[in-house]
Design a protein around this ligand. Structure first.
Ligand code: NAD
Length: 355
């Protein structure tokens, strides 16, 4: 289940614009939420999912769009935050017709929204979208240009963040640490490869035993069950599975002194960020750490090079360190510091926009 990212300001929920999509001929039904365009076009993927109600879909789009605003702002990208949510039809449907109707809604926004893949959508869907609008990324990679699978870039940003956070919070390098990685999918497996190369000891778990085994064989990791991974004796816990893994049940079990991983929306509620802080566990905020993927997607849209992607990812660890330093200095949880910083970046851009 998708959870809300942490926030303190209810007014901050409100998107700038909601574009409703309702095309009975194709079955396309949903919404594009533009949370903020202060920094640039609202960028964020298209989720294709079954929701219990239209209201649930709308709420999810609004929450996810705000999350993208924060992520893009702190990644230093020239993009605001948006998200599209489409209801997956219950019966048979024509996928091409549905994504054509979605593409027309994206095109109608005239470049205010840039879409890409998210849960439930694929490169093929985005190729359909691309035949009707140019405001789309996540397409088949072209030679010499950024693009393609974002997971290795996401993993690289997490790896660099973990190096910086471990040095700040634990005073140690990765070759002196044990890292527990929850989820060895696209991001988790790439991360394990980088950690292994850096000399870290690895403990891994995945609900798909074959995936965990593959990482164990490639990188000498110890495999534990999905129930054990949270409480194993590790210095760092790295959530790389689904959201809301840090909650009232799991936080008391953690033995790690640092949490740094790629999953989106790791905190089930903002109070869970407070609980980590009270336990003295350093938390590298998820959307700061995992921005490598959107950095790669944005570079594709902007026609940038791989070197430009690399350069932006290189700025992530300093930001993580700054957030952890400020959290320690102000005695405030790091998730709240990150949210405040993101809001400041967006507010400053809003002030620069002529009325
Ligand atoms: P993925 O589906 O390839 O990998 C997720 C893995 O987690 C799978 O192997 C799955 O079996 C495993 N898993 C699910 N529930 C689990 C559990 N309870 N315990 C242990 N393992 C479990 O997805 P991914 O692309 O690697 O993304 C991982 C996370 O990172 C997601 O939360 C995603 O939203 C986030 N993220 C991904 C990217 C990216 O570039 N792919 C970018 C930013 C954020």
């Amino acid at each position: 289940m998708v959870q809300s990212p942490s926030h303190n300001n209810p007014a901050d929920h409100l998107p700038e614009h909601l574009q409703m999509i309702d095309d009975p001929a194709s079955g396309a039904l949903g919404v594009i939420a533009l949370h903020s365009t202060a920094l640039g076009p609202a960028a964020g993927g298209c989720r294709f999912w079954h929701y219990a109600s239209d209201q649930d879909a709308l709420n999810d789009a609004i929450r996810l769009a705000r999350g993208m605003s924060y992520k893009n702002a702190l990644a230093g990208l020239p993009f605001g935050g948006g998200k599209a949510v489409l209801q997956r039809p219950a019966g048979a449907f024509d996928r091409k017709a549905l994504f054509t109707a979605f593409a027309e809604a994206v095109e109608a926004l005239g470049g205010q929204y840039v879409t890409a893949e998210d849960v439930g959508t694929s490169v093929e869907d985005m190729e359909v979208v691309a035949s009707h609008t140019r405001h789309v990324a996540g397409l088949t990679r072209r030679a010499g240009r950024a693009g393609g699978d974002p997971s290795p870039w996401t993993a690289l940003g997490i790896f660099k963040s973990m190096q910086a956070a471990a040095s700040h919070a634990l005073g140690r390098d990765l070759d002196q640490l044990t890292v527990a990685v929850q989820g060895t999918g696209n991001v988790g497996a790439h991360l394990c490869s980088l950690l292994h190369e850096a000399g870290a000891r690895l403990i891994v778990a995945d609900i798909d035993p074959a995936r965990a085994r593959a990482v164990a064989e490639a990188h000498g990791a110890q495999v534990v069950s999905v129930d054990e991974i949270v409480s194993v004796g590790a210095d760092v816990f790295s959530p790389c599975a689904l959201g809301a893994g840090l909650n009232a049940q799991t936080i008391p079990l953690l033995k790690a002194a640092l949490v740094c991983g790629g999953a989106n929306n790791q905190l089930a509620t903002p109070e869970d960020g407070d609980a980590l802080f009270q336990r003295g566990i350093a938390y590298a905020p998820d959307y700061v750490v995992n921005a490598g993927g959107i950095i790669n997607v944005s570079a594709e849209y902007l026609g940038e090079t791989v070197e430009q992607v690399q350069a932006r990812i290189d700025t992530i660890p300093a930001r993580v360190e700054q957030i952890l330093q400020q959290a320690a200095r102000d005695k405030r949880p790091s998730h709240a510091i990150a949210d405040s910083m993101a809001r400041e970046v967006i507010a400053a851009a809003q002030q620069r926009v002529p009325a």
